[in-house]
Write a protein that binds this ligand. Structure first.
Ligand SMILES: [Fe+2]
Length: 373
């Protein structure tokens, strides 16, 4: 039996931001609260969004690179004090995820830990504040996804997942990504490509999601090098935003070992490593690890990636990483030998590990991490 749910309203094109007031009305938001980060205030995007909304709104701009429970609580206090009735989650994955966490706590109460899906926490959800997501990067897909990720106060990096967390609407305006620097374009783009690949490979039955994943993967492979090389390439920005949105449409199916290890490594606070960069670095080794159980799917991956029959997919990703300036491995990102044991431990526990097509043991995770150093 397959249960298929697709998913929310997405307004997608250059100029989509103009539809924000209409979507706020549809969502019943009259007193919006903006969850974002300081960088987007600085470059004028928050001002642009406020102008498009046509109403003033309190702005929380302290979202950290990997959002924390502490930051969620601070934003929640501001949200409540201002008497808001909805959230505009504006930014990359961090701001959108923080916005979702604030929306959950505002409607269902704290602490966040009680909603851990690995402990059946979804049953504790009483409701969700109306939320509209406005992405400013092309990677996470959080604007249409069922999930969000927060580092809890005890140091755990927890993935929360429920249909409640799908935004009421997504405003995908590639104009908002035009100023994204090359390195961020590359890292976030590799997150989107990883979503498409892991969602396609996870064995849960959802062929429509697989079709979307392969379409997103085709766009990512074609257009990410162009978007990195020339950030003003409007076609490339459009297709990368579509790749990102499709990646998250697809990962309603699940993810895999790349994300398990990225979540584990993302907890290393002294480094605060970028999620997309981590995915890019882990992806070739996971593709090698999974190959023996995915032969038929690898044929279709090669087609979507524009590779010759029988081509080495892992090497193609490694080559793409090199072309777009992704670090050569974990060591270059600052990860050291003494980080490995804890990374293995958290990889095993992470929700995404359950979706990998080939079950990975502690020894397997350790070998993949070492090979990715
Ligand atoms: Fe991701």
């Amino acid at each position: 039996m397959a249960t298929l749910t697709y998913l929310t309203t997405t307004q997608f094109d250059f100029g989509a931001l103009e539809l924000l007031p209409k979507e706020m009305k549809n969502a019943g938001i009259t007193k919006p609260f903006i969850a974002t980060d300081a960088g987007l205030v600085k470059v004028g995007i928050v001002e642009k969004v406020l102008a498009a909304m046509g109403v003033d709104a309190p702005v929380f701009d302290e979202t950290p690179g990997n959002p924390t429970e502490e930051a969620v609580k601070k934003a929640l206090a501001q949200y409540k004090a201002a008497g808001c009735d909805g959230i505009i989650a504006l930014g990359g994955g961090s701001s959108m995820d923080l916005g979702k966490a604030v929306g959950l706590l505002a409607a269902s109460g704290g602490p966040l830990e009680q909603y851990d899906p690995l402990q059946g926490g979804a049953r504790n959800i009483k409701g969700m504040t109306p939320l509209i997501a406005v992405p400013t990067t092309s990677g996470t897909g959080s604007e249409v996804s069922v999930g969000f990720v927060i580092i809890l106060e005890d140091g755990r990096k927890m993935t929360f997942a429920s249909p409640h967390f799908i935004p009421k609407a997504a405003i995908c305006d590639p104009e908002l990504t035009m100023g994204l620097p090359a390195m961020m374009t590359a890292a976030t783009g590799m997150d989107a490509i990883t979503h498409c690949i892991e969602a396609f490979l996870t064995p849960n039955v959802n062929p429509p999601a697989e079709g979307v994943a392969l379409d997103g993967l085709w766009r990512g492979m074609q257009y990410l090098p162009r978007a990195v090389k020339d950030g003003s390439d409007r076609d490339a920005r459009w297709h990368m935003m579509m790749c990102s949105t499709e990646g998250a449409f697809a990962f309603v199916k699940g993810l895999g070992a790349v994300h398990a290890m990225s979540h584990a490594a993302g907890r290393i606070r002294r480094l605060n490593p970028h999620h997309g960069t981590l995915n890019a670095v882990f992806l070739p080794e996971v593709l090698r690890f999974n190959e023996s159980v995915c032969e038929e799917k690898y044929v279709r991956l090669r087609q979507a990636m524009g590779l010759e029959p029988g081509a080495d997919i892992a090497q193609a990703i490694a080559d793409l990483n090199a072309q777009i300036g992704i670090p050569s491995g974990l060591a270059e990102m600052g990860i050291v030998e003494s980080d490995i044991a804890e990374m293995v431990e958290y990889s095993l526990k992470d929700l995404a590990a359950r979706g990998n097509p080939r079950k990975a043991s502690a020894e397997d995770f350790e070998a993949m991490i070492r090979a990715s150093m």
